[in-house]
Design a protein around this ligand. Structure first.
Ligand SMILES: Cc1ncc(C[n+]2csc(CCOP(=O)(O)OP(=O)(O)O)c2C)c(N)n1
Ligand SMILES: [Mg+2]
Length: 322
């Protein structure tokens, strides 16, 4: 991977930002500052960072109900993201999207939907638009293991394969769909094997290692950009918390919950960078303090922002007629 040292350190900072902002958001849910629940991305950060490291600003990202990591890694301003999660006026969607419906076209973030698997067909449509318009943009579509049982997964992979669309399907396999284990909802262990049915590459990587995710993405993005078609990339990862904040998780043991943190992507990458001489203790400390400041500023910005006014309820709902 031809990344500069600064770029690797930047990925480390990105991992920390995703982690710390998410920890803050979870805390805000628990203390009642953030209403409703949150589908925490804690533990899965290496997938978003490793994949988005290979995307250009004008490439597209499609996401899920667990999408904050994808948005941040694609460059969304943490302040405007947190304000959106808190349903505030200064949120990137004016506070009307909330946790799940976050979009930012300036950064190629086309959004997500609460319909599990629904976004795959939208992403495939955007990839068709890129191909039709003759651009070399690439679409990345994140989704979960549970979503790979939906019809839209199979339809989208089939069409993307037939038309050789510039799309990367990234399955974040955290082993659970809500409260159901993967092995109770499908017979295959590797979801990537499903790519064979559509004659496209299916690749399995350790999703808690930002370097393996990054290396596989580099190849898949190059393939898509060159017109050679889609790839299915399965990243095996771990969902540290419940399906949503407040989920009592009676369906998994305490040991399992502890065990899943063993592959924490952040110390793994930190150790790697230190071994290679790319990061010192002091630099790591500085980055951490810098990220803490950025998170604190995002919290202040979001809490200071007012709620949307009732009279704006219908603004930005319909697009203008051409
Ligand atoms: C079509 C549809 N069916 C069911 C649900 C309820 N639901 C919300 S999230 C979820 C689990 C999705 O699992 P997975 O795709 O593995 O994503 P993860 O939550 O693990 O990130 C389900 C079943 C839904 N939102 N949409
Ligand atoms: Mg899952």
């Amino acid at each position: 991977m031809g990344f500069s040292n600064e770029r690797f350190v930047g990925m480390y900072r990105s991992l920390l930002l995703l982690r710390k902002l998410e920890e803050k958001a979870v805390e805000m849910t628990m203390t009642g500052q953030l209403w409703g629940w949150l589908h925490s991305y804690l533990g899965q950060e290496a997938v978003a960072v490793g994949v988005c490291a290979h995307l250009r600003n004008d490439d597209f990202v499609a996401s899920t109900h667990r999408g904050r990591g994808h948005f941040l890694a694609k460059g969304l301003d943490p302040k405007r993201m947190l304000a959106e999660v808190l349903s505030r006026q200064d949120g990137v969607c004016g506070g009307k999207g909330g946790e799940i419906h976050i979009a930012d076209w300036e950064r190629g973030i086309i959004g997500s939907t609460g319909i599990v698997g629904g976004i795959l067909s939208t992403a495939t449509g955007v990839a068709f638009a890129c191909q039709y318009q003759g651009t070399d943009q690439v679409v990345t579509c994140f989704f979960g293991d549970g979503a790979s049982n939906q019809g839209s997964f199979h339809e989208s992979l089939n069409l993307a394969s037939v038309w050789q669309l510039p799309v990367l399907f990234v399955c974040e396999n955290n082993g659970y769909g809500e409260f159901t284990r993967q092995q109770d909802s499908m017979r295959v262990t590797d979801i990537a094997i499903r790519a064979q049915a559509y004659d496209i590459p299916g690749v399995v990587v350790d999703g808690d290692n930002v370097l393996t995710v990054s290396a596989a993405t580099e190849e898949a993005v190059a393939r898509a950009r060159s017109g050679a078609g889609p790839t299915l990339l399965e990243c095996k990862t771990h969902r540290w918390l419940g399906h949503y904040t407040g989920d009592p998780q009676g369906y998994r043991s305490k040991e399992e919950m502890e065990e899943c943190r063993r592959t924490d992507p952040i110390p793994r990458f930190q150790n790697h960078l230190m071994e290679k001489g790319l990061l010192t203790e002091e630099a790591a400390q500085q980055i951490e303090e810098d990220v803490d400041r950025e998170v604190a500023a995002a919290v202040e910005f979001a809490l200071d922002s007012p709620m949307p006014l009732p009279e704006t309820a219908l603004t930005d709902v319909y697009s203008k007629a051409p």
